[in-house]
Design a protein around this ligand. Structure first.
Ligand code: URA
Length: 226
């Protein structure tokens, strides 16, 4: 099985329209590279998640979601894996978790289009379950994430949740580093709680989440002005 093992699934939804890139010049190469990576990601059949369609809420869903394709962003946000709404629209963080994240960005005057948003695992898991048993998917998808990092070359990577953080800093506990910059082989990593409503149901967690986003936005603004 190779990542390019195309099959005849009639599942490529209209949400992914290939752009005409024939007019692209050299300065568009990041955008072009992302288009190629998107095709690579959506065609991946390396594990059982990518090999099968999901059936949820009466819809047949392609489980793959790549990124928000913000090729000129200087910062990268890495979440866990997409949910139902993300699969319907083909964009990460546009469901309830994404709304929590966007609300805090708005409150701190940072627009989503300053961020390249992606996930550590590119496919939805059945029933949205994700725990340590799913770490093999992190390993498999990491090839794509590494290429995204090479294309975007982010000044800082913001991780949402412990699954994303532990990929970049496997020997560290996220809870000891929330809201702080952690220097890793990947560059600076800024860990924040995952914004899923379930995760933030506890008031102290929600307050910490808000506080860390505030700090993150300050750091982003400072790095943007340098
Ligand atoms: N949660 C994630 O981790 N990623 C998404 O894209 C949506 C919800």
């Amino acid at each position: 099985m190779t990542p390019f093992d195309f099959d005849s699934r009639k599942c490529r939804p209209a949400k992914y329209k290939l752009r005409d890139t024939s007019h692209f010049g050299f300065e568009d190469s990041r955008s072009l590279m992302l288009d190629i990576l998107q095709i690579f990601c959506l065609s991946c059949r390396m594990c059982e998640l990518g090999k099968s369609m999901l059936e949820e809420k009466g819809k047949k869903l392609d489980p793959h979601v790549f990124s928000n394709m913000q090729h000129d962003a200087k910062f990268m946000v890495v979440g866990q894996n997409p949910g139902f709404n993300e699969c319907v629209r083909g964009v990460p963080f546009i469901g309830a978790a994404g709304q929590n994240f966007d609300d805090e960005l708005d409150a701190n005057g940072l627009s989503r289009d300053k961020l390249y948003i992606t996930n550590i695992v590119k496919c939805k898991t059945p029933g949205n379950k994700f725990d340590s048993r799913h770490s093999k998917y992190k390993q498999i998808c990491s090839a794509i994430l590494k290429l995204e990092i090479q294309v975007i070359k982010p000044k800082m990577i913001i991780t949402l949740g412990s699954h994303a953080f532990s990929f970049f800093a496997p020997d560290k506990r996220m809870s000891n580093h929330l809201g702080d910059i952690v220097w890793t082989d990947w560059g600076p990593i800024f860990p924040i709680y995952h914004p899923s409503p379930m995760n933030l149901a506890d008031k102290s967690r929600k307050d910490k989440f808000k506080k860390d986003i505030r700090i993150m936005c300050k750091v982003v603004r400072k790095l943007l002005s340098n």
